[in-house]
Design a protein around this ligand. Sequence first.
Ligand SMILES: *Cc1c(COP(=O)(O)O)cnc(C)c1O
Length: 431
Amino acid sequence: MMYYSTNGKAPRADLRKAVIKGLAEDRGLYMPEKIARLPGEFIRGMGSRSFVENAYAVADAFFGEDVPAPVLRRIVEETLAFDCPLREVEPGIYSLELFHGPTLAFKDVGARFMARLLRHFTAGEGDINVLVATSGDTGSAVANGFLGIEGIRVFVLYPKGKVSPIQECQFTTLGRNVTALEIDGVFDDCQALVKAAFMDEDLNRALRLTSANSINVARFLPQSFYYFWAYAQLQRLGLSGNVVCSVPSGNFGNICSALFGKRMGLPVRRFIAANNANSVFYEFLRTGSYRPRPSVQTIANAMDVGDPSNFARIWDLYGKDPDAIRADISGATYSDAEIAETVRECYERTGYLLDPHGACGYRALKEGLRPGETGFFCETAHPAKFKDTIERIIGAPVAIPPTLSAFMQGRKLSVPLPGDFPAFKEYLLSV
Ligand SMILES: *Cc1c(COP(=O)(O)O)cnc(C)c1O
């Protein structure tokens, strides 16, 4: 299958090129040329199949033309090495827990899938080097997703002293093919170093460089697996009519993959995009015009995005028609005070502990659900990842799950580097 750019000015790419390049030459995002519809019979039978079985059918629809079946099957199996269970929070409202992977947040699935697909496309060609700048969470998902994958080296650049200790330990303690570079600077400096490396002729001659950006089709499309699995679990409960799905959204990759799922025949009636105070999409739905603006800092910080990159995909998918978008998606936006109140209220009333991102999804669902509908929201991170914030809100200790405490006991292995490009270049050429 071929992929076109949302900006329409770059040549079409095959899957291999789209995965290795990430972004098209015209800075647009790649879109698959067709979205196959899964047979009704398959959809009706999802409840009797496993997470892997359902996900493989979805993966086959996107990647089956370009990846041999046994390879794709293995990639799906290795990616989904953990469950994404659906839990009832209160009658009619379910939490789809996307935080049972290695870094306890939903980006694990996309990162794991991409690592394996990249490996498939570059095997036998010599080492490929993934450069990723992080302000915290992306680095850990990518580092853990690529950990131990042969032929791929990962360099995670992070700003010294600017990521939380819980985040830092998730990518600085791994070793093996993952190197954490502690940059004396801020996140923007890390990002500038990565960009400069991709532009540098000497580096590109000496090393094969690639990024593992969240807009990569191999990171983004596999997230649709979640939505088929949520629906399968609702089917088992006999609740598959009038399903509504609420997604806490920042860059809009997660919800966009759900919208692709709907195109493939997933019977979710409508979606809610739940924002924190960064409400650019909410304002777009209200006014019909998209006005990006600088992000503001919130307690749901993985959603602090002022110009969501996947808006371009949603805009393209719905033929640039705001009314078509509004027919499928409504919006919500919450302040930090509202997020905190939601975490506290839900915990006290139901015993279910939300994280700040999931709290946006939960509240948007609770406020938006109509009689006769069943809703689920994505719980995108484990609350322990935001231990201090959550403890302050509920006034009680939050237990750290074993996966996280194992990271916290590991030894920090990062390489300190100054924030200037010559030093970074010299380092890369020396390893
Ligand atoms: C990345 C992230 C989000 C936002 O997902 P998008 O695909 O960027 O919309 C929400 N919650 C958590 C915990 C995240 O890490």
